[in-house]
Design a protein around this ligand. Structure first.
Ligand code: HEC
Ligand code: HEC
Length: 183
């Protein structure tokens, strides 16, 4: 067979192969996140800081989420903060708030809030909200854009305080019975 014939044959094939390729790519993405921490059961406290939506999406391997993420105390240290208010406002102006748990994770299920993009968001602990100026669209995970290390491809992890003189005043709540964790 000539090279040209091979090329022509491979064109429609490569387009049709996109769906087929998606699964291996998704499995690779999931594999890159590594195994579960054996000390943390699958559930609200697992995989803090990871892009939850890699697994928690309508075609994914776990319960679908509308959005999910992890919030830390400050831009540098990854100190998890509980009871942060994550405000979401969709294209119709509908508001929804989610609260972080003791590892800083929050997640919203479609039966609680199925947003109409674009979405605006802020995170707040205390008086001053940190607002994201631009909206986001269909991303489930805040962490697809907010990850470490800080650099040109990322907005850095989510945080609730950027003035070091206030860090000590941010209350930290260790995981305990309220989070389903036995001590
Ligand atoms: C590598 C894949 C993967 C990632 C990443 C992941 N999870 Fe999960 N998660 C699972 C699996 C698998 C289960 C168990 C099956 C299920 O409950 O859907 C689960 C279960 C859960 C549950 C219990 C489900 C329910 O219906 O109550 C919650 C809550 C949860 N994960 C939150 C998160 C959060 C928050 C993140 C990100 C910080 C995250 N997960 C990241 C795979 C993942
Ligand atoms: C598509 C990429 C993207 C997604 C998804 C995304 N962000 Fe952002 N975020 C950015 C960028 C870029 C900035 C900096 C510019 C700006 O504020 O628009 C930012 C800034 C922010 C800020 C302001 C931080 C500061 O320094 O004041 C907050 C708060 C924030 N995002 C929260 C969130 C939350 C919560 C989610 C998930 C519900 C999320 N973001 C999802 C890209 C994203």
């Amino acid at each position: 067979m000539s090279k040209l014939a091979l090329l022509i044959l491979s064109l429609p094939l490569s387009c049709g192969a996109a769906d087929f390729l998606r699964d291996p790519l998704v499995s690779q993405e999931i594999a890159k996140l590594g195994p579960e921490d054996p000390n943390v059961p699958r559930g609200p406290l697992h995989r803090a800081g990871q892009p939850c939506g890699a697994c928690h999406n309508p075609e994914g391997i776990a319960t679908s989420f509308t959005v999910a993420g992890t919030v830390y105390r400050d831009p540098k240290a990854k100190v998890p903060v509980a009871d942060v208010v994550v405000l979401l406002i969709d294209a119709e102006g509908t508001k929804f708030t989610a609260n972080t748990n003791c590892v800083g994770n929050f997640y919203v299920k479609p039966n609680e809030f199925s947003m109409r993009p674009p979405m605006w968001t802020s995170v707040q602990m205390g008086d001053v909200p940190f607002k994201m100026e631009s909206p986001f669209h269909r991303e489930v995970s805040c962490a697809v854009c907010h990850f470490d290390p800080d650099g040109p491809d990322t907005a850095g992890h989510l945080f609730v305080a950027d003035d070091p003189t206030t860090f000590a005043s941010i209350p930290l709540r260790p995981c305990g019975p309220a989070d389903g964790v036995k001590r």
